[in-house]
Design a protein around this ligand. Structure first.
Ligand code: FES
Length: 118
């Protein structure tokens, strides 16, 4: 998986260019770095999502996990999350949530805002 490095640290509430639209495909994780933070960009049915690269359970690297449609599973303890809502799918009795970010697509570019998280 490529790691695209966007070096400039963004202002807290600023949308920054994270990738070109064609770099982010359906069901594929594209890792980018924004302000030193690893972000996963992906699509489900064409809609783009921006997710923090650290698992909310114990901070494993989610880019090592697996993505099937809208479900992202961490490789470390197999917790699974819905990228559309951030909610945990398995185990059902846990309350961890993915950290997600505002994202928009404009003129062939994908822009992400780190703060505030969704
Ligand atoms: S660190 Fe991801 S499931 Fe435990």
């Amino acid at each position: 998986m490529p790691l695209l490095n966007r070096r400039r640290a963004p202002a807290a509430d600023e949308f920054v260019v994270a990738a070109r639209s064609e770099e982010v495909g359906d069901g594929v994780m594209t890792a980018v770095k924004i302000g030193g933070r690893k972000i996963i960009l992906t699509r489900d049915n064409g809609k783009v999502y921006a997710i923090d690269g650290l698992c909310p359970h114990a901070a494993a690297d989610l880019t090592q996990g697996s993505l099937r449609h809208w479900q992202l599973c961490c490789h470390e303890h197999n917790y699974c999350f819905d990228i559309r809502s951030g909610r945990i799918v398995w185990p059902e009795d846990e309350v961890y949530r993915l950290r997600r970010y505002a994202v928009m697509e404009n003129d062939g570019q994908i822009l992400v805002r780190l703060s505030p998280p969704l």
